[in-house]
Design a protein around this ligand. Sequence first.
Ligand code: AMP
Ligand code: GLY
Length: 437
Amino acid sequence: MIPNTVLLVGSGGREHALACKLRESNPSFHLILAPGNPGMADLGERVPIPATDLDALTSLAVGRGVNLAVIGPEAPLAMGLADRLRAVGVQVFGPSAGAARIESSKAYARELMTRAGVPQPAYGAFNRLPDALEYLGRIESAGAIGAVVKASGLAAGKGAVVCPSLSEARLQAASMLEGGEFGEAGSEIVIEELLEGEEASLLVVCDGEAALPLLPAQDHKRAFDGDEGPNTGGMGAYAPAPVLTTALVNEAMERIVLPVLAELAASGFPFIGCLYAGLMLTVDGLKVIEFNCRFGDPETQVVLPLLDEDFLTLISLAASGRLPDRPLRWKPGRCVGVVLASGGYPGSYETGLPIEGTDAASRLPGVSVFHAGTRVAQGVLVTAGGRVLCVSAMGQGYEEAIDLAYRAAELIRFEGKMLRTDIGAGVRGREVKARLT
Ligand code: AMP
Ligand code: GLY
């Protein structure tokens, strides 16, 4: 049965892209957006309930006869929104709090991967500084030069610190475990072997047992061109990412995703929703950098425009444990997304600045302008967050998609607009290679 009342939880660019794709498959179902954003106004009914107000969302779902819920962000998933909605009879695309621990506890995720026999960096998990320092001493004696120190809990994507030297790793461990950096999220830390290689994101639609991979994508996490500056939520992305060839995607499914899903199910937490595998292709093959329990942002804004499926049906089949037994269909072409951020992001920034040109940009064929940090004040669209918009563009090749995305991004103006000028630059010359694989 195709659901007739769908609740989509969240308000970012990822949720805007999800709403567009759901609406594309079916113009007539009722879509409730909690709370949504101004870009989504024509796609459904916006209800001003925050994504983390579990009581209000559950009452809304019961009161409005919601029969499918799609949960975008990690915070409500970690808090148990999917469990609450399932308990009142709603089908949910999004994991239980137990399954969401794969993102909300990096220590748990690493231990789960160990049990599943998944390739990953060497690591140790600690909640006492002396133990962490002892581990760092041990890896130093074994020849390590640097390490990655991560807050185990949710830290808005900022809890992983790459430390090129072990003295930095020691200071970082102390700052998290004893200095209160990242608060409760840093009361347990994971110290990982510092890997090298190209990264890619593999988003996988899961129904608790079976799983279907989406096209791989690559995110640009650093704030400035040339991968300089602080980590951000993501400044742009492109898909497909040629580094993950079809053979490597198959290998990632066999050796990483399916064993992890089986381990989760065996522990009583079957995963229903989008499992995001952050992978690195090292000289020793694929390794897992992290798992997220949700669609990526901005990866979703470049992967979904390429999907050639009835998305509402696909999501509702996944939510009811009935994913089809065939690969997903894709449109030919490439998609590139450029994030327009507020000046100062990911540090402090001003908000309330008028935005112009979104309509002109959206009118370019092949372009979608996904809203994230925007709101309407006295009838005017203004900035309201760090990442303001994501301009996604489709093209036959990367070159065409990149040029179109930047042409569209230029049409949009707001004071302090910040963007990377090198999104996708690494794949400009890789067209032929991508086609051959
Ligand atoms: P995470 O929040 O775990 O995705 O980490 C954020 C970023 O830190 C990743 O995208 C990588 O670029 C880097 N990173 C995380 N873990 C490692 C690792 N073990 N080795 C090298 N780089 C890492
Ligand atoms: N783009 C990184 C993330 O969604 O976590």
